[in-house]
Design a protein around this ligand. Structure first.
Ligand code: XMP
Length: 327
């Protein structure tokens, strides 16, 4: 097990040169650690696992197998981007698992937020384990653990055992090449590895994905409304120059309907709630003051383009007393 700790006097990686030096050093260390053996990695497409994948591809090429599980709760375009970047551009061994129906069937009728998280977590481990068992000769498991994960685990704030749930026969030795880095350093290293800016600069996205933004029991139509409205929000934030400026922004589609009117006829449809917050540590958050013109554009596009939606609301509540996510 690789249990390297961040040296107390380690220089912050804050320039492309230092990031490049880190990449070179890690590649040598990974080659030394892994030799001719094989590594398996769950690649979500998030910053940490993407950087780990890119490092491992540079170090050991096809000795790495990446598994990307599409659980149906990813944002619009994400699985396509993972396939494009890693399989097509980086020529990686990438197994894409379409588990959408499997997850959504298991989640049908599950309304309790914690139960939803458990179902998603359990199913993920099951799908990943099934894929791992199809492969021969895997010795290592790659993980995108980063330094704040270690600090939070030690402080008892969060349990970070990404692969902790894997069954006994799949307890591989861990490879954690960004373990000693802070998030901004991981992004720097990602850039040095040539990952696209849209991947390196991705805003935080919870493990249970859009599932926690579709409060209550998830239905496919309401989930689609979350996905489509989120895509519009991201497009409009990018167009308004807010994409790298606001810490986290997303949409939520609650499970209630209200009356509206369209082409002279009564409608009875969902609202879309827009959330846009700023924070440094996600422990507390303030609400972004959105330009009114942007809000009007969002209302117009979302109510015209997203099926089943007749209102757009803005959540003005800071954390505390509201959390950032809705579940
Ligand atoms: P809350 O809602 O607790 O969110 O104010 C704080 C930050 O954590 C993210 N978040 C999660 N991330 N799994 C994750 O990996 C989760 O279950 C989860 N819940 C919330 C949230 O997006 C925000 O950045």
């Amino acid at each position: 097990m690789m249990l390297e700790s961040r040296p107390e006097n380690m220089k912050r990686i804050d320039s492309p040169e230092l990031a490049q030096a880190y990449v070179e050093e890690r590649i040598a260390m990974l080659r030394e650690q892994i030799g001719e053996k094989k590594v398996l990695l769950a690649l979500s497409g998030g910053v940490d696992s993407s950087v780990v994948a890119a490092l491992l591809i540079r170090a050991i090429g096809k000795q790495l197998t990446c598994v990307h599980v599409n659980h149906g709760l990813l944002r619009k375009g994400e699985p396509e981007q993972v396939i494009r970047v890693f399989r097509e551009e980086m020529n990686a061994n990438l197994i894409y698992v379409d588990a959408v129906d499997r997850f959504l069937d298991k989640l049908a009728g599950v309304a309790d937020p914690e139960q939803k998280r458990r179902v998603i977590g359990r199913e993920f481990i099951e799908v990943f384990a099934e894929e791992a068992r199809k492969l021969d000769g895997i010795s290592f498991l790659g993980q995108g653990t980063i330094w704040p994960d270690i600090l939070e685990s030690e402080a008892g704030i969060k349990a970070h055992h990404n692969a902790g749930g894997l069954p006994e026969d799949l307890r591989f030795e861990l490879v954690e090449p960004v373990r000693i880095l802070f998030k901004d350093e991981v992004r720097m290293v990602g850039r040095a590895l040539g990952l696209p800016e849209s991947m390196v600069e991705r805003q935080p996205f919870p493990g249970p994905g859009l599932g926690v933004r579709c409060p209550g029991a998830i239905t496919r139509d309401r989930l689609e409304a979350v996905r489509e409205s989120d895509a519009i929000l991201r497009e409009e934030f990018a167009a308004a120059g807010l994409a790298g400026k606001v810490w986290q922004y997303f949409t939520v589609v609650p499970d209630f309907r209200s009356t509206g009117i369209r082409e002279g006829k009564r409608t009875f449809e969902w609202p879309v709630i827009v959330r846009a917050i700023n924070t440094t540590d996600a422990m507390s958050a303030t609400v972004e003051e959105l330009p009114f013109a942007l809000m009007q554009k969002l209302v117009s596009r979302i109510t015209n383009e997203v099926k089943g939606v007749n209102r757009v609301l803005y959540d003005f509540t800071p954390k505390p007393c509201a959390t950032i996510e809705y579940e």
